[in-house]
Design a protein around this ligand. Structure first.
Ligand SMILES: NC(=O)c1ccc[n+]([C@@H]2O[C@H](COP(=O)([O-])OP(=O)(O)OC[C@H]3O[C@@H](n4cnc5c(N)ncnc54)[C@H](O)[C@@H]3O)[C@@H](O)[C@H]2O)c1
Ligand SMILES: [Zn+2]
Ligand SMILES: [Zn+2]
Length: 354
């Protein structure tokens, strides 16, 4: 960093309550704490969470304390390290695990830091990565292989939930249903194939997304709005049903159909976050009598999911260009958010300093 450079650009949520982000060019460059690294950001992707912070939903209201620099899906190069940092160095390219675990709670001390009881979140509870520089705890950074492009590297965090869903479904040798072919569902499809699923069936309501699902490894795709998914699944499995299902919709209708598509003793992994209450009207027959296993997943395993995702990215199924929606200079952020608002498909990526 040049001696003169003391300020940077950043996108700031200025006040608690609904309201747009504000672009600043004169924010102070953060100074890393003793356990932190200072990262020069290459690019950061926009998350649905960032939209929720602008709209100020109940989740944001509980966590964000404005003014805060938002952004948590990022990649950059370490340009300074705090005095206690021994295992990261200047010049290393890293991505960030946005969930900052406390290292002290029961979950952190029992091998489950990803579901820490006191999670901090980059760009939510602390200043984030829609900026030229971000200071972040060193042990929450993931050193990257040179072969991973920046645009893929900032996908580890958002798409990792799909990979984690596949880990939880234990897909090897199994027939797997993936419901929902948004960017995270597509990642789950490619991960399921990479990790040896025998057959992947994918469904969505939008035909274009089903085409992409095929390109990313789905063996069969169905439009849930038009096709009889249960009948198709029964045909494909000799009447038995799927071994595992991964829901990446959060939609009650899709969850209930997935339950019915599973064979007895199958497993439903919930990745999608419902935006309204979900009910299981046939729970006794669909779940209890058939000994269905029902589980959620939260974020990513540290660092297993990251290592697994690196394998998926290097494999034949993951298609980075299919999950990128658009690339924008950070100063042009309004156009990126506008595209999301208008229903553009895929992740929007912001480049600071342009
Ligand atoms: N559990 C976690 O840790 C975690 C982390 C990040 C995101 N998420 C959630 O994962 C989900 C997927 O994220 P995304 O970015 O891919 O979202 P997305 O909105 O792009 O994808 C959802 C897809 O589901 C499809 N869909 C909706 N209802 C359906 C139905 N009834 N049947 C079939 N398909 C249906 C939509 O057409 C869409 O393509 C979201 O709910 C998100 O909040 C969870
Ligand atoms: Zn996110
Ligand atoms: Zn903890």
């Amino acid at each position: 960093m040049s001696e003169e450079k003391r300020t940077m650009c950043a996108l700031v949520k200025e006040e608690n309550g609904p309201g747009e982000l504000v672009y600043h060019t004169d924010m102070p460059i953060p100074v890393p704490g003793d356990e932190e690294v200072l990262i020069k950001v290459h690019c950061s992707a926009i998350c649905g969470t960032d939209v929720h912070i602008i709209e100020w939903d109940a989740w944001s209201e509980k966590r964000v304390k404005a003014p805060t620099i938002v952004g948590h899906e990022t990649v950059g190069t370490i340009v300074a390290v705090g005095k206690n940092v021994t295992d990261r160095h200047v010049g290393q390219r890293v991505s960030c695990e946005s969930h900052v675990h406390c290292r002290e709670c029961w979950f952190c001390t029992h091998g489950m830091p990803h579901i820490c009881a006191n999670l901090g979140i980059l760009g939510v509870t602390q200043n984030g990565a829609f900026a030229e520089y971000v200071a972040f705890r060193a042990d929450c950074t993931f050193p990257l292989d040179d072969s991973v492009p920046d645009e893929a590297a900032c996908m580890f965090e958002p798409m990792g939930a799909g990979v984690h869903g596949v880990e939880a479904a234990e897909v090897e040798g199994k027939n797997v249903l993936v419901s929902g072919c948004g960017p995270i569902g597509l990642t789950a499809i490619s991960a399921a194939k990479t990790f040896g699923a025998k057959m992947v069936v994918a469904c969505d309501l939008i035909d274009d997304k089903l085409e992409t699902a095929k390109a990313m490894g789905a063996d069969y795709v169905f439009n849930s709005g038009r096709d009889d998914l249960l009948a198709e699944v029964k045909k494909l499995t000799g009447g038995v049903g799927m071994d595992a299902a991964i829901d990446v919709t959060g939609a009650g209708a899709a969850l209930n159909t997935a339950l019915k598509c599973l064979r007895a003793a199958g497993r439903l992994v919930c990745v999608g976050l419902p935006t309204r209450p979900v009910t299981f009207p046939d729970m006794a027959d669909d779940l209890i009598y058939r000994e269905i296993q029902l589980t959620g997943i939260s974020g990513r395993l540290v660092w297993k999911t990251w290592e697994d995702f690196a394998k998926v990215m290097a494999g034949p199924y993951y298609k980075l260009d299919r999950v990128i929606g658009g690339k924008y200079a950070m100063s042009d952020y309004k156009a990126a958010f506008e595209a999301i608002h208008n229903g553009a498909v895929g992740k929007m990526i912001l480049y600071p300093g342009r």
